[in-house]
Structure formats: C-alpha cells, structure tokens
Ligand binder design. Structure first.
Ligand code: PFF
Length: 438
C-alpha cells in the first residue's frame, strides 16, 4: 500500500495526461506501457531487493550489499544519483502539489463556479502569475510532508494510504462515468489508443521512459527505502506487478477523464502543458450539479496522493542523514525539506518573474523536470539494473527471490542484464540527440 501510495501521485493524474498530450497521444502511451513492463517492473524489483537485503537507508543499503557481494566499491555511487534526484524532484513536486491544495479552496470559495474553457484558463493563469500565493501553498505542502516524516513513515502513512487510495480510485471511476456522458469520450479513447507513430519522436520515447520511471517512483531510492521495511515472506515480484498495474490504471483513467473533457470543451488544447488538469477538470465540475463540492473532494484526494508520494521522496535522504551524520530526525527533516523548499522557489518564479530566463532552452522548472525525469532517473535505473544483474552475489538474489517461479526468475534476470540496459542506453542516447542536436 505504501509503495502504491508512493507510485500513485501527481505523476499519474497531472503529469501523464499532459506529457501524453504534448507527444501526440497513442504511440506515446504504448511506448510508456511497454517501458513500464519491460524496464520499470524489473528495475523496481531490483530496487526492492537491495532495500530488503540492506534494511537501511538506500545509500547505506547499497553500500552494504556492495560490500557483502565483494563487488567493486565504485558501485556504492548507485545510491547517490537516485537520492540527489529525489531532492531535486521534491523541490518542484511541492510547487505543483501546492497548486492542487490551492484548488481545494478555489473550488470551495466558488471562484471556479460556472467556468468555461477560457475562464478556467484565466483563473489558472492568475494563480501562476502570483509568486506570493504560489509560495504560500508550496510552503504549506512542504510543512505537511515534514509533519509526517518527523513522526516516522510507518504508522501515519500506512493507515492514511489504506483508506485514502481506494477513495481516490472510487472518485476517479465516478469522474470517468461523468466524463463518458458529458465529454467527448470517443475522441479521448481514440487519442490515447490509436497508434499514430508519425507523431512520436525519439525525444518522445525518452519522455515515455522517463515518465515510466517517475510514475513508479523508481531510480530515486524511494522504493528501496520502502523495501527496507518489507517483511521477508512477501513475494517481491507479485507485489511490484500489483503496484505497477494500479499505477498504470490510474494514469490511463486520468487520461481518459481529462481528454474527454478537453475534446468536449472549447478553448482547451491537449498540448496545453502543465496546466492541463487545472484547466480541464474545473470546467467539468462547473457543469455538474454539486460539482463544486465534488471538485473540492477531488482536489483533496489529489493532494493526498501527492502527499504520500512526496513523503517517499523525503524519507530516503532523511534516513541517510540520521544514519550517517548522527543528526536527529527533526533536524534532518528541517534541513532537507528547507533545502528542497528553497530550490522550489526557483520553480515558482519560473512561472512568472523568471519566465524569460532559460537554461539549455528550458525554464527553471522545465530544466529540473527534464534533468531529473529524463536524465538522472534513467541513469540511476541503468546502474541499478547492471548492479543487480551482474554484481550482486547470486546467493542473495536466490534468497530474496526464492518464491518466484524459475522461469520468471530467468526472464527477470535477462531483463536486468540485457533488455533494460540496452533499451535504456539506446533511448537515452537517441532522446538526448533528438532534443539537443537535431
Ligand atoms: N511516483 C510519483 C508520482 O507519480 O507522482 C512521484 C514520485 C514519488 C517520484 C516518489 C519519485 C519518488 F521517489
């Protein structure tokens, strides 16, 4: 449940639809699903394995597994790439989660009552143009994360996730039914599932792979940190397949809801970018009876989904700081969340005051997003696949995977040794070339 809570978040409901929309839909979705199954699931299993074997923070678990396996000591760096990506992601994740928090109140106060495509876009633009409001909501979200992580992840988060995740799912199904009758469902279906290969670029393939990593929370140590709490008798393969299944389902259902509304409403484009969810959904809520209340509840659940994900971004670094530097839990939290908060201000300003400032052709927010999702995560995933595929003692692997059928074990090892490394490297090289040199 906690792993599902980490995986299901803004990446599914907010990011997947807009990245799929910017990349033309169909073919992107197919590549994304293939990446989840062929690369994501095997790498996620490998991450859990390291965490459960090491039973500490990701950085120290990797270190111990390296030592116990007698592997080259340079493998220790595997943990670092991921954990630093986690901090960078947390910085902008809190800003977007702040948007969701602010929409709870925009719904409740009636600011979004009766909006259409254009006026919903204007309300959203008004929020982005106001750094003070953005920083207020970002800070509130960060505070909520610190409160949970200070108290320890296991109790609070476990309970919350067990109740709230099914509720979120129920709400999504409700919205799906609604968008079926009120939006243009057929166009949404066609957009997401028709295989329009001509719209897909190598950069799009790289983004699909990055999105697969981002959405499953892999490559960052989050899943490794949770693996450290996983009971020995639980089957890693089955658990991860279930998490990946629900994660993909939430993404696809969110996409169907959002695009049904987009194609049924004047004034919203599928390629609208990061604002897509915040513009299209209020239009749907405005058109239904009791919509403001339902909208309010929906953004509460999105905020909770974001919360359970953000916590898993903070926990690995906090756990490490406590173990390695003997810092207390509260201070470790304040230090790291403070750092992510400060960096997040850069993302806040990139939507207004700094919108003209470019780094390698990106705004600050887009730069951090591209750097982490499309470069650091695939790199970290590649290292994890190679490490578990080649360097970890076979005895440990057999011990952790003794409840998996021999055929599945073979498939998993082939994927870690050959399929994932080759696919990640190829997509990585082609995608970067496409982005910067073509
Ligand atoms: N998987 C989360 C989402 O889809 O929103 C984001 C995330 C959480 C990424 C935790 C990484 C992580 F460690």
């Amino acid at each position: 449940m906690a792993a599902t809570g980490s995986a299901v978040g803004l990446g599914n409901i907010w990011k997947f639809p807009y990245v799929a929309g910017s990349n033309g839909g169909g073919a992107f979705v197919l590549v994304y699903l293939v990446c989840i199954l062929l690369i994501g699931v095997p790498v996620m299993m490998a991450e859990v394995l390291i965490g459960r074997r090491g039973r500490q923070s990701p950085i120290n678990s990797v270190r111990d597994v390296v030592l116990e396996s007698g592997a080259d000591s340079r493998w220790r760096h595997v943990g670092w790439v991921g954990v630093s990506a986690g901090m960078l992601i947390l910085s902008f994740y809190a800003v977007i989660a702040g948007w969701a928090l602010s929409y709870i109140f925009a719904m409740a106060s009636g600011e979004l009552a009766g909006v259409n495509g254009d006026s919903a876009a204007a309300v959203f633009a008004g929020l982005l143009a106001d750094p003070v409001r953005l920083i207020f909501w970002q800070s509130l979200f960060m505070l909520l994360c610190v409160l949970v992580v200070v108290g320890g992840v296991k109790k609070g988060l476990g309970v919350a996730v067990e109740i709230l995740m099914p509720l979120l799912f129920f709400m999504l199904l409700l919205l799906l039914g609604l968008s079926y009758f009120q939006g243009n469902f057929a166009a949404a279906w066609h957009f997401l599932f028709s295989f329009n290969i001509e719209l897909l670029t190598w950069r799009g393939v790289l983004e699909a792979m990055g999105q697969a990593f981002f959405t499953l929370s892999i490559g960052m140590g989050a899943i490794m940190a949770y693996g450290a709490y996983m009971p020995q008798k639980v089957n890693i393969g089955k658990t991860i397949l279930i998490v990946a299944f629900f994660d993909s389902l939430v993404a696809i259902v969110s996409g169907l809801i959002i695009f049904s509304i987009v194609f049924g409403t004047q004034g919203i484009e599928p390629s609208a970018g990061p604002g897509l969810m915040f513009i299209s959904l209020p239009v749907a809520f405005a058109n239904m009876s009791g919509g403001l209340l339902i909208g309010c509840a929906f953004f509460v659940l999105v905020s909770i989904a974001a919360w359970s994900s953000a916590i898993s971004l903070l926990e690995p670094c906090v756990a490490w700081l406590i173990e390695a530097k003997d810092v207390g839990r509260t201070n470790a939290n304040l230090l790291l969340a403070g750092f992510a908060w400060l960096l997040g201000i850069g993302s806040v300003l990139s939507f207004n005051v700094w919108s003209d400032i470019q780094l390698a052709g990106f705004t600050f927010f887009d730069f951090l997003d591209f750097l982490t999702t499309n470069i650091m995560l695939p790199l970290s995933g590649l290292l994890i696949a190679l490490f578990v595929g080649y360097a970890v003692k076979p005895e440990f692997i057999n011990l952790e995977m003794d409840d998996i059928s021999p055929i599945m074990l073979k498939v998993w090892r082939v994927s870690l040794r050959y399929i994932a490394p080759v696919a990640i490297s190829a997509v990585f090289v082609m995608g970067i070339y496409d982005k910067f040199f073509s």
